[in-house]
Design a protein around this ligand. Structure first.
Ligand code: URA
Length: 207
């Protein structure tokens, strides 16, 4: 199976999933798998789908998503260049914070997305998403910088776009922070190592 086929199979599994008893999975309208290119070098990870995402079954399509589109454009990227997903694949009722058990339940899907796409850099959006990768790392200290989690994965944390929608003065900060992403993609030693190690496996796997 190609990378694209594996990703589509996973997306189907997430859409069909039900009956686990976890509130988001049982009460949401649509599951929201990640979307984007299966060969993305950058994977953006938000916390959980909101109301618009729940209605459409697509990640980051509401106001925060529009800002994410602008942020991507500011570094010469579009949604077609990246992969966008969330820690949770279903909206918690009333947009409440996800519970630890719900995160644990959804995490294997994110791990599979990571294993298939093999991004060079993961961009956790906001403190909640960052905490899932690197507990103890503060988004205010790590944002706009290349850092690594305990598994050696390269992270480039950013404020969540929704923060900039609530506080206009954070908007410029977000654009300033993402401006460092292209350089981080090219310059991080962890990034280069991850790519070199990933290459032979990816090549073998392609038909
Ligand atoms: N906020 C998120 O964290 N994810 C979405 O998909 C939308 C808003």
């Amino acid at each position: 199976m190609t990378r694209e086929q594996r990703l589509e199979a996973l997306r189907d599994e997430i859409r069909r999933h039900h009956g686990c008893g976890f509130e988001p999975c049982e009460t949401s309208t649509h599951a929201v798998p990640g979307e984007g290119t299966a060969r993305a070098r950058v994977m953006f990870v938000g916390e959980a789908p909101g109301a618009q995402e729940d209605r459409t079954g697509r990640p980051f399509v509401g106001a925060a998503g529009k800002l994410l589109d602008e942020l991507l454009e500011s570094v010469g990227m579009t949604r077609d260049d990246v992969y966008i997903t969330n820690v949770l694949k279903a909206r918690p009722p009333g947009n409440r914070d996800p519970r630890a058990a719900e995160v644990a339940h959804s995490w294997p899907w994110l791990e599979q997305e990571l294993a298939i796409v093999e991004p060079d850099v993961i961009v956790p959006l906001g403190r909640h998403a960052l905490a899932r990768f690197a507990p103890g790392l503060k988004v205010t200290e790590a944002k706009g910088k290349l850092v690594h989690d305990e598994a050696g994965r390269a992270l480039f944390p950013l404020l969540h776009p929704a923060v900039a929608l609530r506080a206009r003065d954070r908007r410029q900060e977000l654009f300033d922070d993402i401006a460092g992403l292209p350089a981080a993609l090219e310059s991080g030693p962890g990034v280069r190592v991850a790519r070199e190690e990933a290459e032979p496996e990816s090549v073998q796997r392609q038909p």
